[in-house]
Design a protein around this ligand. Structure first.
Ligand SMILES: O=P(O)(O)OC[C@H](O)CO
Length: 418
């Protein structure tokens, strides 16, 4: 069989499920063999793929997180766009089969999908119902606003139900990029980078400054505990162990929560918002990753990738992956299938992410953020957030410095992609 190498960044429950899907595809036919390899975190996987491409040892498929999209789109000679791959391979391909927020993010200006939106997510809120109950709060009522997050956290801490109010994965994604989208604030110019190169970041405006000031205040009071840079590796354990009663992270953290938060009931809710800023929060934005086919492989390999992508897009496979992980059902048919199966009714909270990412009418500020080298920009955001927590600067200064550092990265990206 022709081997199709697949580099990915999924570990623990997500990695096991991914391996099982590759295995099922391999069993379903005998011409192609998909060989998945775990390459570390999302940033590590992207870096490995770029290095491999330069050494002409690139895998057939690489999983790239959403913030790597701008970089991949600019790397024209390095990728094989999915719409082209599917057409050339004669595989049926309907862009309209995919959920609108997903297709919008991963398409070029002509509306062609460039990578397969295999695992798209959006951040949500998880909470410890038992801790809520112990604190005299209604376990069925999650905090809706940031004011309630603060109020509930204080009650939880004062009653001894938990040591900390909340923690969060991915500060940049959850507490800055999504914060901006939900409150209909631009993250940068030119429709958050969708308009092309020549963009500037603008995430140092009032709402972001207010939120980061609050996070610093809440961190000092012990209400908020920082989960660490990039994905926030320390955040999940703080929730699983009962230390923090509220946890904000990817909808795909659901798999880990279900497997590890065994000692209490978990509630699922949309992300909080500032009611004095917006009465009806906008949709949250996409995260997770897509699968990019890379250039430089044989026709036979491309034929196999196309067959595998068709397999991954089938309603049964998609619905199974979505239900096992918490990633969004990326096709409308996979969502419909889940409804027919009664999945959402039987699993309360499993549709929070879908409802949140599709609520209201998206604005240019809530379509997503797509800039070149955004991976590096996130590192700058993390550094500035840590400087804020360390008391080296206030929120305005930290965000101003993150914008200045981010803009420099954008200029470097433009210079390299002229
Ligand atoms: O944890 P994931 O896979 O949903 O990804 C979270 C972020 O979007 C990564 O940039």
């Amino acid at each position: 069989a022709t081997e199709i190498s697949w580099w990915h960044a999924m570990d623990a429950q997500l990695g096991q499920k991914l391996e099982a899907i590759a295995e099922a595809f391999n069993k379903s036919q005998s011409e192609y063999k998909v060989v998945p390899t775990y390459k570390g975190s999302y940033p590590e996987t992207l870096t490995s793929a770029i290095a491999a491409f330069r050494a002409k040892e690139q895998p057939a498929i690489v999983q790239v997180f959403e913030v790597g999209t701008g970089t991949m789109m600019a790397a024209k000679g390095a990728v094989k766009p999915v719409y082209e791959l599917m057409t050339e391979a004669g595989e049926p391909w309907e862009a309209s089969a995919f959920l609108a927020p997903v297709t919008g993010y991963y398409s070029d200006t002509e509306g062609n999908i460039l990578s397969l939106p295999f695992n798209s997510s959006t951040p949500i809120m998880y909470y410890n119902k038992d801790a809520f109950e112990k604190a005299g709060l209604d376990p069925e009522t999650a905090p809706k606003t940031w004011a309630e997050v603060e109020e509930f956290s204080k009650k939880i801490m004062d009653s001894g139900a938990a040591k900390c109010g909340f923690t969060s994965g991915w500060i940049s994604w959850v507490q800055l990029e999504n914060l901006s989208a939900i409150h209909d604030q631009p993250y940068g110019t030119m429709e958050n980078g969708f308009g092309g190169l020549g963009t500037e970041f603008t995430f140092n405006d009032d709402v972001q400054v207010k939120h980061w000031s609050n996070l610093k205040k809440w961190a000092d009071a012990g209400i908020f505990q920082y989960g660490g840079p990039v994905g926030g590796a320390d955040a999940p354990a703080k929730f699983y162990s009962g230390e923090c009663a509220i946890y904000m992270n990817s909808s795909a953290s659901r798999a880990g929560v279900i497997a590890n938060a065994k000692d209490f009931e978990v509630g699922f809710a949309p992300l909080p918002y500032y009611e004095d800023v917006i009465a009806e929060p906008k949709n949250s934005i996409i995260g997770g990753a897509t699968l990019w086919a890379l250039a430089g492989h044989s026709d036979d390999v491309y034929q196999g990738i196309a067959k595998f992508f068709t397999y991954l897009s089938q309603p049964e496979v998609q619905a199974d992956w979505h239900q096992a992980t918490g990633y969004l059902p990326i096709t409308n048919a996979a969502f419909d299938l889940g409804q027919e199966q009664g999945y959402y009714e039987q699993n309360p909270g499993s549709d929070v992410a879908i409802k949140q990412i599709t609520r209201g009418t998206p604005t240019p500020n809530s379509k997503g953020v797509r800039f070149g080298n955004l991976t590096q920009v996130r590192n700058v955001v993390d550094e500035q957030f840590e400087a804020l927590l360390a008391g080296q600067k206030d929120a305005q200064q930290a965000l101003d410095d993150a914008v200045a550092g981010g803009n420099q990265i954008l200029r470097d990206f433009e210079a390299a992609n002229k």
